[in-house]
Ligand binder design. Structure first.
Ligand code: SAM
Length: 250
């Protein structure tokens, strides 16, 4: 899938480029262990974006929706298989309550057999106003929830994690950092890897000479056009060498 140009998303959301007042994005994450990612969501760019009012991230403890007095939300699987399965009712109660409060663009389930998360998907999702991310645990969730309530299933890679919390954190980070204003210098996100199907060019900082390891002369020249040319050439060279698949079909 070709990466949609990020500039388009910036223009869509950025009031500097149009007359729309962009709404703050809202992400609701449902999990049985919110404390796994609570801290992560409050730090760095994610934390700053929330404090700036660019997005809201709400963590919901699924146990608050449990129907059993012991607050358990899992049960033995039909068929006698190994492991425990997350029950329908607590998940349904939580998701239905959120759906009754506002429109959601997507109800996402994190799962290893879902569509692979990618920069194009992060770009698309960063345009949404409201999304729910449901984290599985144990053996997974009762399949009927996937059939009836989930609109998108997403995997962060071909391996199995203990729960969907890390996947939700990965997705929230990749989505929120490209909302205009989340990163100090918006151009920085535009030149990151996978935007325009290229890997990023190498970056350097002071000193210009460290133990004889020199920064490329062109970067010290102050010549903007030549620096841009170097950046593109370096990006292309690294992409051809390390990820030629990204250039196929271009
Ligand atoms: N039995 C499931 C299977 O084989 O597909 C794996 C269950 S896993 C132990 C528990 C939960 O972790 C999953 O329901 C899912 O929410 C999450 N998870 C695990 N690996 C993941 C991945 N690669 N991407 C996204 N979520 C993942």
């Amino acid at each position: 899938m070709a990466a949609p140009p990020l500039a388009h998303y910036y223009n869509y959301r950025n009031p500097l480029y149009n007359n729309l007042t962009p709404k703050s994005m809202r992400i609701d994450i449902i999990t049985v262990i919110p404390q796994l990612i609570e801290g992560f969501l409050q730090e760095s760019i994610l934390g700053r974006a929330q404090r700036k009012g660019l997005c809201e991230i709400h963590l919901h403890n699924l146990r608050d929706w449990a129907v059993r007095r012991d607050r358990r939300v899992d049960d033995y699987p039909y068929g006698g298989f190994a492991g425990m399965v997350m029950q329908c009712e607590p998940i349904d109660r939580c998701i239905s309550t959120l759906l009754a409060q506002r429109h959601y663009d997507h109800v996402i389930f994190t799962t290893p057999d879902g569509e692979q998360f990618s920069q194009p998907m992060a770009n698309e999702l960063s345009l949404c106003e409201n999304i729910i991310i449901l984290c599985g645990h144990y053996k997974g969730i009762d399949y009927r929830i996937r059939e009836h309530l989930i609109t998108k299933e997403v995997s962060i890679g071909d391996y199995v994690l203990t729960g969907g919390e890390l996947a939700a954190a990965v997705m929230a980070d990749a989505i929120v950092r490209i909302i205009p204003g989340a990163i100090g210098d918006e151009q920085s996100a535009l030149s990151d890897s996978f935007q325009d199907n290229l890997l990023a060019a190498p970056v350097y900082t002071r000193p210009a000479d460290y133990r004889g390891w020199r920064v490329p002369d062109v970067l010290l020249s102050g010549h903007e056009a030549r620096i841009k040319e170097w950046e593109l050439a370096a990006s292309l060279e690294r992409t051809r060498r390390l990820r030629p698949d990204l250039l196929q079909g271009q």
